[in-house]
Design a binder for this molecule. Structure first.
Ligand code: C5P
Length: 398
């Protein structure tokens, strides 16, 4: 199993075991992960940020602000970026702060803003490890859903022998790999996703488009890929980037190009999620020269584009799943249900422009998922990453 495409925040606190964090970072990177180090001030006493940033290729984050220019380091962004936070070594002091919300350094604020699962590998002397406060803190951290990588028994830095030694980097790597392997719920599946708007050309400088940013489709693509699926992302003009190696991206401009690419790719896939805001019409004529301003009105004749969802619905074979989206301004549910039938979908994801924070351009979305029997499930307003996870759990994993 590789960690290709995985984003890991590696938190290092001030223990002698911090030297092992360098090997751990190296092993994670060699397995394909991208690693961002966050250190406590005392972590830096044990291993230099220079060593770590040279290994990871990223500046180490440690202070709330960069001293020379006052740039603020956003722990919130790291919380969104990561697929996993791994705190190794975690000292007794850091365990106590994490358990009790004492957010006085960058590692703890990052921990408290973390959206991804957290693994903690404690390291301390045997008496500190045996202290009831350490056990109480570890129990609290477990109750928050954190995964504790128990320290090993053996000779400690103090030359005493007992439990408290941070687990060896090779074994921590194994735990990380097993954790991601369990999450590979879409391994072996191939999924087509359409995303973004389409641009329907009027002349060399103008087009008809819409406000779709592509964010929802990209979140779906990233989530499917991180669960092990091979993703074909057919995407209209957007400014977003894809990073995951399991995503094959096909950039298109018009609805016709999106149709051609989708129809070609669909037969070899297990499912298609049609998230794109496809233009329903295009200008009947495309001008080769820029249309000049004239006196009086200018009329454009529009002709309908092909409906990609309906076309894939006709092509759909036994075992293939089709998930559509509906963005409605009125009679949402009735219109969405009609679309399920008309396009032969298995599910439709309904998002409404009536909900604040949901829809085009936002980083959050609020959806309802309706199946072909008309059964509806409503979800809360969430980040598009979490909405993507709900959509996948509700439609592809069943
Ligand atoms: O009919 P309406 O455009 O509201 O349907 C929305 C659903 O159909 C979305 O899943 C969208 O991606 C898809 N669609 C399509 N091709 C079109 C129009 C919509 O695939 N030409």
């Amino acid at each position: 199993m590789t960690l290709q495409g995985k984003h890991i925040v590696l938190g290092i606190s001030g223990s002698i075991a911090a030297y092992k964090a360098a090997s751990l970072a190296r092993l994670l990177i060699k397995s394909g992960a991208e690693v961002q180090i966050v250190m406590t001030p005392s972590g830096k006493e044990f291993i230099t940020p220079v060593t770590l940033s040279a290994l990871t290729g990223k500046p180490v984050v440690s202070e709330f602000f960069t001293a020379n220019d006052g740039t603020w380091h956003s722990h919130v962004d790291l919380g969104q970026w990561a697929d996993l936070m791994l705190i190794a070594p975690a000292t007794a002091s850091s365990l106590g702060k994490m358990a009790n919300g004492v957010a006085d350094n960058m590692l703890i604020t990052t921990y408290m803003s973390m959206k991804a699962p957290v693994m903690i590998a404690p390291a301390m002397d045997l008496d500190m490890f045996a202290h009831p406060s350490t056990h109480r803190n570890l129990d609290l951290l477990r109750s928050y859903g954190n995964i504790i990588i128990e320290p090993a028994a053996g000779e400690l830095a103090s030359h005493l022998i007992g439990k408290g030694r941070m687990e060896e980097p090779e074994n921590i790597l194994k735990v990380v790999k097993e954790f991601f392997a369990e999450k590979q719920t879409l391994a072996g599946k191939k999924i087509l996703i359409t995303a973004g708007p389409t641009h329907e050309k009027i002349d060399p400088v103008r087009f008809i488009g819409n406000y779709s940013s592509g964010k929802m489709g990209f979140a779906l693509a990233e989530e499917c890929a991180s669960r092990g699926a091979e993703v074909i992302l057919v995407v209209g003009p957007v400014s977003l980037k894809t990073a995951h190696p399991n995503i094959k991206r096909i950039d298109v401009e018009s609805a016709e190009e999106m149709y051609q690419a989708s129809v070609e790719e669909f037969p070899t896939t297990d499912a298609a999620i049609l998230c794109a805001a496809v233009a329903d019409y295009r200008p009947a004529e495309q001008y080769n020269e820029k249309v000049k301003r004239e006196k009086g009105d200018l009329s454009l004749t529009l002709v309908p584009n092909k409906d990609i969802a309906a076309s894939l619905g006709k092509m759909k074979k036994e075992g293939q799943l089709l998930v559509g989206f509906a963005l409605e301004t009125n009679n949402e549910e009735a219109n969405a249900i009609k679309k399920i039938e008309k396009k032969n979908l298995d599910y439709i994801v309904l998002n409404s422009l009536n909900d604040s924070g949901a829809g085009f351009q936002y980083d959050t979305n609020k959806v309802s998922i309706i199946n072909k029997n008309g059964v509806r499930k409503d979800f809360e307003l969430k980040s598009k990453k979490d909405v993507a996870s709900d959509i996948i759990n509700e439609t592809l994993i069943k």
